[in-house]
Design a protein around this ligand. Structure first.
Ligand SMILES: Cc1ncc(C[n+]2csc(CCOP(=O)(O)OP(=O)(O)O)c2C)c(N)n1
Ligand code: SF4
Ligand SMILES: [Mg+2]
Length: 289
């Protein structure tokens, strides 16, 4: 059966970029930027996104891009948006495109402050669950027990729930998305584009090298993350209105974990513990609707 997706034709993100072939993050950037369109300014901190967007004077993004520091994406985006507004260019989208290290950890102070001020920006976290372009170290987005180069025995603590933390700021829009569900991802980008105030989307983007996934499997792995309930697709409006966008198909988490060598050391008991945690999270989310 031929599956067709509602993916825009606009060519804002170009081929010939610097990502590893098959990278989930590059695919996400294509969907995001082509949906936002050319009247967009990008703000990118150090990350694989900065590598993918290319070294000056070359760029794979056909929009102005400001490469900021790892701490400052949200503050930089807010400043650019305010300056454009003063110039009367109120229709321009300003989007921060940051990794999980630059969002959950190092850029979190600026992000939380921008949310508290309800800055009129779109902030997208491309979450590959680690500091990947510096050699796959753990971040606070790395899941419990995942192998990284700085947690060779498996990460002893769990993944921070950044969507819930941002929802607690009661900003207009918080959503989760992933590359395996392009229609859901592009619909959320379109919705965010039409809204005002602070909008935050965390997009799960499998990293081939960091997760130990074959080049051809980024999309399949991201679909399994959703269908096992490990990474549910949902939206929160104004910190209150929860919508679950996709009911997971109840595939056991083991099926997802076995696709990635970062989990190959897990015992049956540990996998069962992860399954129980996922079940609890899904119950919590369904009750919130
Ligand atoms: C304050 C600061 N600390 C460390 C670095 C080095 N550094 C550059 S990119 C990066 C990893 C960023 O990870 P993430 O945001 O998850 O992006 P990814 O590489 O995974 O796409 C680090 C640690 C830096 N540039 N600034
Ligand atoms: S290291 Fe991972 S996230 Fe970075 S470009 Fe390669 S596959 Fe993509
Ligand atoms: Mg990362």
């Amino acid at each position: 059966m031929m599956i067709s997706y509602n993916i825009p034709e606009e060519k804002v993100f170009l081929s010939g970029h610097n990502a590893c072939p098959g990278c989930g993050e590059a695919l996400a950037l294509r969907y995001i930027l082509n949906t936002l369109g050319p009247e967009t300014v990008g703000v990118v901190p150090p990350s694989c996104i900065a590598i993918i967007s290319g070294p000056q004077p070359y760029s794979s993004m056909r929009i102005p891009v400001y490469q900021t520091t790892l701490e400052a994406s949200a503050a930089s985006a807010a400043g650019i948006k305010r300056a454009l507004d003063v110039q009367g260019k109120t229709q321009v989208n300003v989007v921060a495109l940051a990794g999980d290290g630059g969002t959950y950890d190092i850029g979190f102070q600026a992000l939380s402050a921008a949310a508290e001020r309800n800055e009129d920006i779109i902030y997208i976290c491309l979450d590959n669950e680690g500091y990947m372009n510096t050699g796959a170290q753990k971040s606070s987005a790395t899941p419990w027990l995942a192998y990284t180069t700085s947690t060779p025995g498996g990460k002893p603590t769990g993944k921070k729930n950044v969507a819930e933390i941002m929802a607690a700021h009661e900003i207009p829009y918080v959503a989760t998305a992933t590359v395996g569900f392009p229609d859901d991802l592009t619909a959320k980008i379109r919705k965010a584009k039409e809204m005002k105030g602070m909008r935050f989307i965390v997009v799960l983007t499998p990293c081939l090298a960091g997760w130990g996934v074959p080049d051809s499997q980024a999309v399949r792995v991201s679909r399994l993350a959703v269908d096992t309930g490990i990474f549910p697709l949902y939206e929160v409006e104004n910190g209150r209105k929860y919508t679950l966008n996709w009911e997971p198909r109840g595939i056991p988490v083991d099926t997802y974990l076995r696709t990635q060598s970062r989990y190959k050391h897990l015992t049956a008991d540990q996998i069962e513990e992860i399954q129980q945690e996922v079940n609890r999270n899904m119950t919590y989310l369904r009750e919130k609707q």
